[in-house]
Ligand binder design. Structure first.
Ligand code: THU
Length: 126
């Protein structure tokens, strides 16, 4: 699967977002080492801190199905800025695949690509 195909899956996943509070749908598509892809959206809650980001939804779907090795994640947010993973999501992804690639896109489809190690230098580890 190429970058554009993974980004398209992330965009489609955003259509399922539950975002009554922010009204900002986000979608993510995470590609596992064997090519399997899991998608996810953000799921908000009236207790705002209980909100789950799209990236963590996708990663939890993968891990709960037995997949722990990730190659790439694509993130889509319909904003004018590239939709970058929040700090908590960076740490969450690091747990499984610190060398994965992170594709961040915005309205119109432009995207930027980073290594997770660039986005989270000096990650916390036990
Ligand atoms: N959000 C994500 O799902 N992923 C990101 O990369 C950034 C932020 C969500 C959380 C919340 O539902 C909404 O976007 C606005 O912050």
């Amino acid at each position: 699967m190429n970058d554009r195909e993974l980004l398209n899956l992330a965009r489609e996943a955003a259509e399922k977002a539950y975002v009554p509070y922010s009204k900002f749908p986000v979608g993510a598509a995470i590609e596992c080492e064997d090519g399997t892809v899991f998608t996810g959206c953000n799921v908000e809650n009236a207790a705002l801190g209980s909100t789950i980001c799209a990236e963590r939804t996708a990663a939890c779907k993968a891990v709960s199905e037995g997949y722990r090795q990730f190659k790439r994640i694509a993130v889509y947010g319909e904003g004018e800025n590239y939709c970058m993973p929040c700090g908590a999501c960076r740490q969450f992804l690091w747990e499984f695949s610190p060398d994965m690639e992170v594709l961040c896109s915005k309205a119109g489809g432009r995207y930027v690509s980073y290594k997770l190690r660039q986005l989270l230098p000096h990650a916390f580890t036990l």
